[in-house]
Design a protein around this ligand. Structure first.
Ligand code: ATP
Length: 286
């Protein structure tokens, strides 16, 4: 895994004091976030933490009412088109049309994202190949499994060759094999292109395995930030200083989250575990 958070290159994403409210609800509440070029950055948190709202501000789908968002140095409030041209986005909700073939779905995105006409067919084929869907490309998307749909959505986001790929819960609702498949394809594309990846997830194990750095978000703010190892070891050290045995198992990322969020985690509907079965990604199409 490439860990180049300290290369000194211009950040892929910088949020400074980002705030967004829905009425009385401060969904994002002074978010400070910096994603380095080339890293896989995980934004973690329970239901309602503000992850999707923050992501939607970064993608320019929501305005930036307070604070600042920059993507590769472009201000998301002032230069929306420049930001949009640099990123690919896989939203939580379905973005593939069940009545079209996989190839037609990706071609639609190629047109929307202004892939030059003469290059479209080749780029669509490459995007489908990158996610392992060449053989299924001419089947109706309605016949795809949940994992295939997610990979198709990935191809849709990749067809414009983005420098930044943003994925909102890319594996929710998928079985472990399909989840691994989605990540294998993300990593293969990243290795080939150096693309930056910003991903939200509830799956702590997945973040631990695939993210270079993670930010733990709770009630609109980042509560802890670091590599998964740094976060787990930091809590382990503190527990040992407080008297825990040196032989105790290293804390998990979920332990770290419970430590920073305290009991606040439990008073929200859901938490981490029970959201896993509630999404219907695997059954959304067909
Ligand atoms: N369109 C909306 N109208 C009103 N409130 C909203 C809206 N969207 C989100 N919220 C509220 O803003 C807060 C943050 O929601 P958000 O969806 O950003 O969290 P999240 O961390 O992405 O959660 P999830 O994991 O469930 O997607 C929540 O309290 C939510 O109820």
């Amino acid at each position: 895994m490439t860990r180049n958070a300290d290369t000194g290159q211009a950040g892929a994403v910088t949020c400074t004091g980002l705030a967004y409210a829905f009425g009385e609800t401060n969904a994002v509440d002074g978010l400070e976030l910096s994603v380095a070029e080339g890293e896989v950055f995980g934004l973690l948190g329970p239901n309602g933490a503000g992850k999707t709202t923050a992501i939607r501000c970064i993608t320019t789908l929501l305005p930036v009412p307070a604070g600042m968002v920059q993507v590769f140095g472009h201000d998301a409030a002032k230069d929306r088109m420049a930001v949009r041209r640099l990123l690919g986005y896989v939203p939580q909700q379905l973005s593939a049309d069940a009545g079209l073939t996989g190839r037609e779905n990706v071609a639609l995105f190629a047109r929307v994202f202004d892939v030059p006409r003469g290059e479209r067919a080749e780029r669509v084929g490459q995007a489908l190949a990158a996610v392992g869907l060449t053989d299924a490309a001419d089947r109706l998307t309605g016949t795809y499994s949940g994992g295939m749909v997610r990979r198709l959505e990935l191809a849709q986001a990749l067809v414009s060759a983005p420098r930044l790929l943003i994925l909102d819960e890319p594996t929710i609702g998928l079985d472990p094999i399909a989840r691994t498949g989605v990540w294998d394809h993300i990593n293969a594309v990243r290795a080939a292109t150096g693309m930056t990846v910003l991903v939200t997830t509830h799956y702590m194990d997945e973040a631990d395995q695939y993210c270079d750095r993670v930010a733990l978000m709770h009630r609109g703010r980042i509560r802890a930030l670091g590599t998964p190892d740094e976060l787990r070891e930091g809590l382990g050290e503190r527990r040992r200083a407080e008297g825990a045995a040196a032989t105790d198992p290293l804390p998990t990322l979920e332990d770290v989250f419970r430590d920073v969020a305290g009991s606040g985690l439990d008073d929200q509907a859901g938490g981490f575990r029970d959201v896993r079965s509630t999404r219907r990604t695997a059954h959304r199409v067909g």
